[in-house]
Design a protein around this ligand. Structure first.
Ligand SMILES: Nc1ncnc2c1ncn2[C@@H]1O[C@H](COP(=O)(O)OP(=O)(O)O)[C@@H](O)[C@H]1O
Ligand SMILES: [Mg+2]
Length: 309
């Protein structure tokens, strides 16, 4: 088991890696998930001096592999999420953002999984492992289920989450259903996956030319490439798309095939009360305004009649 009190010297690692921050987003060769699993198990065991078993593959989004792992200490069994990435820039980004967020946020406003460890897999140079606490989740698409109350609760949490994230000077740039974790048992939400995340003062990233992937198709802010636009607003746009997709019950991979105003219509048609429908439509339109300057900020959204009334 990884010991909470004695965290590994992450800073050392970041010192080394920050010197490589100019490295473009480029990954190594795709790998066989089974062989990576064995390597990771060995390294985790070596680092924690306890046996950690990988129980299953959570996702394989080449070149990224995500596993669930458990410690083999029967009395104090603990579960971890292990993310292996061969893209050094993305892995460093994610680990440094998670570390910065835990440094800046106290435990009562936690809105991201806790980072437990970050290391290079020594045997194969170009692979990095990010270990976070395992979060038990419910399916994200269960959030609406025709209940306005649960939709309002979810939307409020999503807006607060973005507010906290941006107040910590971090932008996700990849808000979408699969990067939100709907936690059991209270249905609180956490944001995961900071591969594409950026720190706000980091002006060198405000032009996105060096990043091959500006986000997930279907969720990318159309004002994304506009110079000097308010960067926090790209998360608001993606959150609007996320809400619309969840309520319309459209799978993440199909969102890009649907015109935004049609998606909003589909979502609103599932709301029966005329007042809620009108307010929800207005909220989505505020979040999805193509002009980032006219798009609502988190403060505007929290005061919106859909959430206030
Ligand atoms: N800490 C965690 N606990 C439980 N499940 C997680 C955790 N982090 C990620 N996941 C799950 O793994 C999936 C992939 O992780 P993610 O970081 O989004 O990787 P990718 O960059 O491949 O999208 C997520 O969609 C989520 O379902
Ligand atoms: Mg993801």
């Amino acid at each position: 088991m990884i010991n909470h009190e004695q965290k590994p010297p992450l800073n050392l690692f970041f010192d080394v890696l920050s010197k490589k921050s100019h490295i473009p987003y480029k990954s190594g060769k795709p790998k066989n998930p089974q062989s990576v699993m064995k390597e990771v198990e060995q390294v985790l065991t070596h680092i924690s001096e306890k046996n950690l078993k990988i129980t299953h593959i959570v996702s394989f989004n080449d070149p990224i592999l995500v596993f669930k792992a458990e410690s083999d200490v029967p009395v104090q069994k603990k579960f971890f999420c292990v993310k292996i990435n061969s893209c050094i820039r993305a892995a460093t980004n994610e680990a440094s953002i998670l570390q910065a967020l835990s440094d800046r946020c106290n435990t009562s406003c936690r809105f991201f999984p806790q980072l437990e460890n970050f290391f290079e897999i020594p045997s194969k140079k170009k692979h990095f492992a990010i270990v976070t606490e395992w979060v038990d989740t419910e399916p994200m698409y269960s959030v609406f289920k025709n209940s306005i109350k649960s939709l309002k609760m979810f939307t409020t949490q999503l807006v607060f989450l973005l507010h906290h994230l941006h107040a910590s000077r971090v932008i996700s740039r990849d808000i979408k259903p699969s990067n939100l974790l709907l936690c059991k048992p209270y249905r609180t939400i956490l944001v995961c996956d900071f591969d594409l995340g950026i720190f706000l003062p980091d002006m060198k990233y405000t032009s996105y030319e060096d990043m091959k992937v500006p986000g997930t198709p279907g969720f990318i802010d159309p004002a994304f490439f506009v110079k000097n636009s308010d960067l926090t607003k790209c998360d608001i746009y993606s959150a609007g798309k996320t809400l619309a997709a969840l309520v319309a019950n459209v799978e993440e991979k199909h969102v890009q095939k649907i015109n935004t105003s049609h998606l909003v219509k589909m979502a609103c048609s599932r709301i029966h009360s005329e007042t809620h429908k009108k307010n929800f439509q207005d909220l989505l339109q505020l979040m999805l305004n193509r002009d980032s300057k006219k798009r609502g900020s988190t403060k505007d959204l929290i005061m919106h009649p859909f959430l206030c009334n």
